[in-house]
Design a protein around this ligand. Structure first.
Ligand SMILES: [Zn+2]
Length: 331
């Protein structure tokens, strides 16, 4: 059995919001580099603070801490927003960011004065996407939510979605039908991919198509510029594996160059670091058992048992490292 520290890996989706060094030590012990994704989340530290935390710890001992930058949407309906945002993006890239994050607030929460929702394919964002495409700057896109978000809690397929939407009713769209529906988010994102065929686009969270590997495969086939990360959606893969393990294995073989590992762990300064470390360690170990062994596994996320995917080392190295290096062009 391949041990988890056998080769250098990257957890390409974390939020290093507290800047605590002991997470870096843990990563060193597990032979992980990290990529922290700055995001405009209301209860996260400011974008400036997140960037500082990433830069301060960028190469501590053996662990590389890469970062993706983001931008403020505060003045998004003002004429000068696009130009100022492009300047900010270029400065972030010059300072070492490996890509630019677009969060779900675009589509889910930002409204014009007439109450219409700003969607990713709206004209306000077009010059920014064009700039990113022309300058080969990767986009990290989290659009919409898992499809479970549009279902009642008891019909959701994994426990983490039940927990999240149970405690964040504002984002539980089943209860908010005046908001754009699930397919509107997916279509708006697909429009961006079609209009900008040379844009490098990493669809975070399995591109919000976690509920159907067929739908996800169709997007990957239609858009060669699209890769996906696994962050916070591996439980959905457990669910698929419990139903049809070979289909999941086929998916990983077919798209082995376009899948990027990440946990979406949040180093929240309000939570004791020992707790965050424990959660991260548990995730790393559980995910490793799932991808690298053929053991019969259980998870508190789904009811059924499922067998590990037993992926070959060559594919493990791609999803755990090489794909992140290539798609994010990190040095
Ligand atoms: Zn995240």
């Amino acid at each position: 059995m391949l041990k988890i520290d056998h080769f250098k890996k990257i957890d390409a989706h974390i939020h290093f919001n507290a800047g605590r060094k002991s997470l870096l030590t843990l990563a060193e012990n597990y032979n992980f580099d990290l990529l922290t994704i700055n995001t405009e989340v209301p209860n996260f530290p400011s974008i400036q603070k997140q960037r500082k935390l990433a830069q301060q710890s960028s190469s501590s001992r053996e662990v590389q801490l890469h970062h993706a930058a983001t931008f403020s949407t505060k003045n998004i309906f003002k004429n000068e927003w696009a130009e100022q945002t492009i300047q900010h993006i270029q400065q972030s890239i010059d300072e070492g960011a490996c890509g630019i994050k677009f969060w779900k607030n675009i589509g889910m929460t930002i409204q014009r004065p007439d109450n219409s929702f700003l969607m990713p394919d709206d004209p306000e964002l077009k010059p920014v996407f064009t700039y990113l495409e022309n300058n080969q700057i990767p986009v990290l896109g989290h659009q919409g939510e898992p499809k479970n978000c549009w279902l009642p809690i008891e019909e959701m397929t994994v426990k983490s979605d039940q927990d999240y939407f149970g405690s964040h009713p504002k984002y539980h769209m089943y209860k908010n039908d005046e908001y754009p529906d699930y397919m509107e988010h997916v279509e708006a994102r697909d429009n961006v991919l079609s209009r900008h065929p040379n844009l490098t686009f990493i669809g975070l969270h399995l591109a919000s198509l976690e509920w159907s590997l067929d739908e996800l495969s169709r997007r990957l086939d239609n858009h060669p510029n699209l890769a996906v990360d696994l962050a916070e959606r591996i439980a959905h893969l457990y669910h698929h594996t419990a139903q049809d393990r070979n289909k999941v294995i086929d998916f990983f073989h077919t798209y082995q160059d376009r899948i990027i590992y990440g946990t979406d762990i949040i180093d929240d300064p309000a939570i004791p670091v020992s707790q965050v470390k424990k959660k991260l360690e548990t995730r790393w170990n559980n995910h490793w058992s799932f991808f690298s062994t053929n053991q019969l596994l259980r998870s508190d996320q789904i009811e059924d048992t499922f067998k590990g995917l037993d992926l070959p080392t060559s594919i493990l190295e791609k999803i755990y490292r090489t794909n992140a290096l290539q798609w994010y062009a990190v040095k």
